[in-house]
Design a protein around this ligand. Structure first.
Ligand code: PGA
Ligand code: ZN
Length: 428
């Protein structure tokens, strides 16, 4: 039984407002969470409610979302006996009564959904990851393999290069602890290399990736390989790469405006296939734009046997879109961000759908994050194959990495085996 819901505005890692909420149960158990916010958002995401008052935080204030929790949502839920997360989430969805949660705000709704989950885990005296696992009736077997932001571009770094992320995948690491130690070594060599080559250390991107002025994407990829080797690892064996192309953000008039060229969808697919043959890429996220649906099956046919074809903006953690992508053989992996859909139950449904098609699942943070660490518990509880948090700098990222280390120390769960099916390419 919920006793009281309470919310307030806090600032995220970009200094922009977001929502923090507290759920108190009659049993006195309390769950407090904060919710993140994206910058390279998908058009099909649930609606984040902002105040639109230009005089305050350039319109980004969250006082309306906060007021919805303290007012209408609290009134609807206080004193109510709730048997499950699903029941709570259904009430929230019905109360909002819009298709994209725009009335009460997905930020308000998700904060309540998560705060309730954390309060119930407190009441049961279970770790949060265990509670998340129970929610999907999953056994706790493995820790997700981290994919860690090394270089940044696109919307997260001022667009000095078009693609958004080059990530490290510590493929040979056997534990989370080892994966992070490898990452640290590569990071050090990356900051040395970028300083030498570009005269800058530039830890400036939103997720903490290095963002020097790469002349083009291939240089960014080649620099990543060089950095791995300089750190003493074999690129393509010890450490693999993943990219988030985030191509929706340079797709205009049916053309991809990439590296000073204009590519048709077919040419873009060829470009990705070419990168795949030359760089050790095990995952390619949003290789095509979110509304280039017709060409995703061709992309998948071209590269799907060699790498993960991962949908972020393309799928928006939305069960309908995932269903359609499965039916059209358009991808083989889901990037799961709960705030793209707005409740835990719907995100769980998306996760289960992806699994039913034998897809891989990457549980992901947002570029605007908070110091909260529930994402780590979610990735473990929901048996994520990968987790994407950002770089190993910036406190809001470390909150999650450090929580993963804590879970590893508590549970001794092994890091998920590598390679997972379909995610190994023959480059080595
Ligand atoms: P976002 O970026 O949080 O700004 O959407 C993360 C991503 O694109 O994966
Ligand atoms: Zn993305």
């Amino acid at each position: 039984i919920i006793k009281q819901l309470k919310a307030w505005e806090i600032l995220d890692s970009r200094g922009r407002p977001t929502v923090k909420a507290r759920c108190e149960l009659e049993s006195r158990a309390v769950g407090i969470v904060s919710v993140p916010s994206g910058a390279s958002t998908g058009a099909a995401e649930a609606h984040e409610l902002r105040d639109n008052d230009p005089a305050r935080y350039r319109g980004l204030g969250c006082r309306k979302a906060v007021a919805n929790i303290n007012g209408e949502i609290n009134t609807a839920l206080a004193g109510r006996l709730l048997a499950s997360q699903q029941e709570l989430d259904t009430i929230l969805i019905e109360l909002d009564a819009t298709a994209n949660k725009s009335r009460l705000g997905a930020n308000a709704i998700l904060a309540v959904s998560l705060a309730f989950a954390r309060a119930v885990s407190q009441e049961r005296q279970y770790p949060l990851y265990q509670h998340f696992a129970d929610m999907q009736e999953l056994p706790l077997r493995t820790l997700p393999r981290p994919t860690i932001n090394l270089f940044s571009g696109g919307k997260h770094a001022g667009g000095q290069v078009d693609i958004q992320d080059v990530l490290l995948v510590p493929a040979a690491a056997q534990t989370m602890d080892e994966a992070l130690a490898v990452t640290f070594a590569v990071y050090q060599s990356a900051s040395e290399l970028t300083f030498k080559k570009y005269g800058t250390r530039s830890l400036t991107a939103d997720e903490g990736g290095l963002a020097p002025p790469f002349p083009d994407t291939e240089t960014m990829l080649a620099d990543a390989v060089e950095t791995i080797e300089q750190a003493g690892y074999v690129a393509g064996k010890d450490v693999m790469l993943a990219i988030d192309v985030a191509s929706s953000h340079f797709y205009q008039d049916k053309l991809y405006h990439l590296d000073h060229e204009q590519l048709s969808s077919a040419a873009m697919i060829e470009r990705l296939g070419n990168w795949l043959s030359r760089y050790p890429l095990v995952s390619i996220e949003d290789g095509l734009a979110e509304d280039d649906w017709n060409n995703w099956p061709d992309l998948y046919a071209r590269i799907g046997s060699q790498t993960l074809v991962l949908g972020d903006d393309f799928l928006c953690t939305n069960p309908g879109r995932i269903q359609r992508a499965i039916a059209n053989q358009a991808a083989n992996a889901l990037l799961l961000k709960v705030n793209q859909i707005g409740t835990l139950s719907e995100a769980a449904q998306s996760c289960q759908l992806a699994r039913s098609a034998n897809w891989r699942v990457t549980i992901s943070a947002r570029s605007g994050e908070t110091e909260d660490n529930w994402l780590a518990d979610l990735a473990v509880g929901w048996a994520g194959d990968q987790i994407k948090i950002g770089s190993i700098t910036h406190g809001e990222r470390l909150a999650k990495y450090n929580r993963l280390l804590e879970i590893e120390a508590d549970t001794h769960l092994p890091l998920i085996a590598w390679p997972t099916d379909g995610s190994q390419n023959n480059h080595s």
